[in-house]
Write a protein that binds this ligand. Structure first.
Ligand code: 5AD
Ligand code: SF4
Length: 480
């Protein structure tokens, strides 16, 4: 009988996409995917390490799964992803029933790793001697990507364009867990997107830890790591044809956006995440000139204090960040902006925190994600005293949430009476049709089920704190 696999995903969109690839491989091997742990022969958690809380959730969940294993010793338990890489053997110490620990760079080995667990059991090996630990790769072997896939939905899709992170932000565990940056070849990405468009998908979100590093290094060792190449590549900017035809190995992220826009028929393109350090004018120009690229940029600032930004090793100042935003807004009017903010970074004073609030007041983001600083063992900042008391972190967190809620509401209200393009995605539990505007705002429209999966034009009748309530104006495909 087919083995049944249950997979739960924690963390970012890259992890969600990795989970789709994992299930694609396992289904191709004959596994059946189940929605309930009780029905599974193999339980996998694809984990996140970005904050201690994310790890504790996965540890807690796997703790419960160990109880299932006591009743059914044949059950296979696996911890995958960033926590596997960050915690290594510690996972086995805290969760002795776990059979497999495999890092983000090892996901393509999963069928063999699971076969390894089965083989050890057949040999009668038990407990610690049956365990498999696979965490040593420094780079994900993207040239071994499986051809099989397993995507949810049918309207919007994630497309990973690069993996890893070469930055060294002092607080961040990601460069350790995800390894060195490596990009997928341009032609492969274009093929995947065109296949999705042909299959009826309307939107892709291009994913990478830092998409602006796209093209720096390909699996075959080519790429633009080196200053001279950078200049050649900037000249490619307006000529996606050249990027594809003459210099497929000399392509950067703006050129990728232009190529996706010119060479595929996907209607909407989003991307995440952009590090402000290497988001430059060429990116903003590509956003302005490519019809399919949505007017939305997630550009995490983390702090508005230069002192803290320096300690974080972010490579920009509040002023240079604001200049970038002004440049972007000049080229892409009405662009929506979102950010990540960390409160309570080591040494953050009340004045530093006020500088963050002041920056938010100046940028007026459409939305913001706020995180309380959480020391991650192995990062540079983990060696510094975590000196902002928890109560102060909580208060600053709350203050940011309230500030952003006020700004978000004010921003939304300016849209009343205006028209927005909506991709209708689903009917929610309250029976309303839900979708997203190009600016990534949640939209509710009135209408029949066949609108799901359609792009419609809608007029904003009123707003709630987070949502535009709209009337459909036009169902016809949009011009231009
Ligand atoms: N503590 C708190 N927040 C963190 N982030 C990354 N590392 C940490 C940490 N150690 C936040 C950053 C990043 C987002 C994905 O998570 O804001 O942009
Ligand atoms: Fe972390 Fe910085 Fe890399 Fe983002 S760019 S994942 S914040 S190290």
């Amino acid at each position: 009988m087919a083995q049944a696999v249950y997979l739960q995903t924690y963390g970012c969109q890259m992890n969600e996409r990795d989970s789709e690839e994992i299930l694609g491989m396992l289904v191709a091997q004959g596994y059946a995917v189940v929605e309930r742990e009780e029905e599974a022969d193999v339980i996998l958690l694809n984990t996140c390490s970005v904050r201690a809380h994310a790890e504790e959730r996965a540890f807690g969940k796997m703790g419960l799964m160990q109880k299932l294993k006591r009743e059914r010793p044949g059950l296979v338990l696996g911890i995958l992803g960033c926590m596997a890489k960050a915690q290594r053997e510690e996972v086995f110490r805290r969760l002795p029933q776990v059979d497999l620990v495999a890092g983000p760079a090892e996901i393509y080995d999963l069928p063999e790793l699971l076969a390894g667990v089965a083989e050890r059991r057949q040999q009668g090996r038990l407990g610690a001697s049956a365990r498999v630990l696979a965490i040593d790769r420094k780079v994900r072997p993207l040239d071994r990507r499986p051809a099989t896939d397993y995507r949810a939905g049918g309207i919007t899709a994630f497309v990973t364009i690069m993996e890893g992170c070469d930055k060294k932000c002092a607080y961040c565990i990601v460069p350790t867990t995800r390894g060195q940056e490596v990009s997928r070849p341009l032609e492969e990405i274009l093929d995947e997107i065109q296949q999705l468009a042909r299959a009826g998908y309307r939107q892709v979100t291009l994913l990478g830890q830092n998409v602006n590093s796209y093209g720096k290094r390909f699996p075959d060792g080519t790429g633009w790591v080196g200053p001279g190449r950078r200049r050649a590549l900037l000249q490619l900017g307006d000529r996606p044809e050249a990027a594809v035809a003459d210099a497929p190995r000399l392509v950067d992220f703006p050129a990728l956006l232009r190529a996706v826009d010119a060479k595929t028929s996907i209607e909407r393109v989003r991307f995440t995440t952009s590090h402000p350090f290497d988001a430059h004018g060429e990116l903003f120009r590509a956003m302005a000139e490519c019809r399919s690229v949505c007017e939305y940029l997630h550009l995490p600032v983390q702090s508005g204090s230069d002192r803290i930004l320096r300690a974080m090793r972010r490579g920009y100042t509040a002023e240079s960040y604001l200049e970038q935003i002004a440049h972007l807004r000049a080229l892409v009017p009405h662009v929506a902006l979102s950010t990540d903010i960390i409160v309570g970074f080591p040494g953050e004073t009340e004045a530093d925190f006020e500088a963050t609030q002041a920056l938010m007041d100046r940028v007026r983001y459409d939305s913001a994600f706020v995180f309380k600083y959480s020391p991650r063992p192995g990062t540079e900042a983990a060696g510094w005293i975590d000196d902002v008391p928890q109560t102060v972190k909580e208060r600053r967190n709350q203050a940011i949430l309230e500030l952003q809620a006020r700004i978000s509401r004010e921003q939304l209200e300016t849209w009343v009476g205006r028209e927005v393009e909506v991709l209708v995605e689903e009917r929610n539990r309250r029976g309303q049709l839900m979708g997203k505007s190009r600016r990534n705002t949640t939209v509710v429209v009135d209408g029949p089920d066949p609108l799901i999966g359609e792009l419609v034009l809608a007029r904003v009748a009123r707003v709630t704190d987070t949502t535009l309530i709209c009337d459909v104006v036009d169902r016809a495909p949009l011009a231009g």
